[in-house]
Design a protein around this ligand. Structure first.
Ligand code: PLP
Length: 363
């Protein structure tokens, strides 16, 4: 086996798929050919075997412990990404004759709304579009009769995050793709959480859907089998072949989070890392953050250079220093540093000191 201390690893600020804990990758590497004495790789084993069953249930149990989920919630391991949930949520949970509330805070919530509009009646209960998504809207107008209230907990592209969840709404449905397991979550009034795994949790290919059981009662009959939450809920997410490898690695990542002390410890770590960059932005100079202070994301930090023509140079010199994937989303430009759970503090310090150096030479 190659000596992993000799392998080059960059500081990877990708928004997703994103950096994973090195110890998780090393464990997966060590177990790649022979998973714990089974003589097989997880990629090769039957999803009906007892050995795989331990992996599958292990992830579900870890998620339950980490998020503090009671028996009221089903944990579903699905495929199709968060994007498929944009359609499955209204197909399953928006009964005919009712309407659903959506808060619009950027690209992903707009996409969620657009898919729901194809299925049923929807209403915008708040938006930060007029200020170019630079904040989480304060003024919300929830419909108490709505079937559910959908929001994007962290806006990966805009760089905003809900500091706390709203109250006084219909059951909350949360797209937590880019901040799942990054901080404790208040489950009061949460009807459902969904997330693609590829940012905070593991490899692409796995989508989590955590659904409060009472909501399953409203699913209309006649949905295509694979688009009905009850199909996987009734089969422990083993109705068909699950994304076994992604589930295995996500399980290792959950073990890593538990080993570090769970979600409170994650939040402390994540806050510390984000502060390193936000405090740099707050000093002004050649950098300026793009979002309102109270809406800042701990996961995706978006900023511009006051002289935007210097941004390509910033990205180029950063890449030369092994600080990669810092380009803002193509729809908004600028710079984006994604600091998910697995991003080491040392990499964030490297970025902060690179920003200082760049300012000294180009400011
Ligand atoms: C907040 C959010 N929602 C949804 C998506 C779409 O996820 P997927 O690619 O898993 O469909 C993304 C992807 O980056 C995202 O950041």
């Amino acid at each position: 086996m190659p000596d992993s201390s000799a392998i080059r690893r960059v500081h990877n600020f990708s928004a997703g798929p994103a950096t994973l804990p090195k110890s998780v990758l090393e464990r997966a590497q060590a177990e790649l050919l022979d998973y714990r004495g089974s003589g097989q790789s997880v990629m090769e084993m039957s999803h009906r075997s007892p050995v795989y069953d331990g992996i599958h249930r292990g992830l579900i149990d870890s998620l339950r412990r980490l998020l503090g989920l009671s028996a009221e919630y089903e944990v579903l391991l699905l495929q199709g990404g968060a994007s498929l949930q944009f359609s499955m949520v209204p197909m399953n949970l928006l009964p005919a004759g009712q309407s659903a509330d959506y808060v619009i805070t950027g690209t992903w919530s707009k996409k969620a709304l657009a898919e729901a509009e194809k299925v049923g009646s929807v209403r915008v209960a708040g938006t930060s579009a007029p200020t170019s998504f630079d904040r989480i809207p304060n003024a919300l107008d929830p419909d108490p009769e709505a079937a559910y209230f959908h929001l994007t907990t962290n806006n990966t592209i805009a760089g905003t995050q809900w500091a706390r969840l709203p109250s006084g709404t219909a059951p909350l449905i949360l797209d937590a793709s880019s901040d799942i397991l990054s901080r404790p979550l208040d489950l009061t009034n949460v009807g459902m959480i969904y997330a693609g795994a590829q940012k905070n949790l593991g490899p692409a290919g796995l989508t989590l859907a955590i659904v409060r059981r009472d909501l399953l009662d409203r699913i209309p009959d006649g949905l295509p089998t694979m688009l009905d939450y009850r199909t996987q809920a009734g089969k422990g997410s083993l109705y068909n072949t699950p994304p076994c490898w992604a589930i295995y690695v996500a399980g290792l990542a959950c073990e890593w989070i538990e080993g570090l002390g769970g979600l409170e410890a994650m939040e402390t770590r994540n806050r510390g890392k984000a502060d390193l960059i936000y405090s740099r932005l707050d000093r002004g100079g050649i950098y300026r953050g793009t979002v309102q202070t109270e809406s800042r994301s701990l996961m995706n930090i978006t900023f511009r250079l006051t002289d935007t023509t210097l941004e390509p140079r910033f990205l180029e010199e950063a890449a030369d220093a092994d600080l990669v994937n810092l380009k803002g989303h193509r729809s908004v430009g600028g710079i984006r540093a994604s600091l998910y759970n697995a991003m080491p503090n040392s990499s964030v310090k490297e970025l902060a000191s690179f920003m200082d150096d760049f300012e000294r030479s180009h400011g």
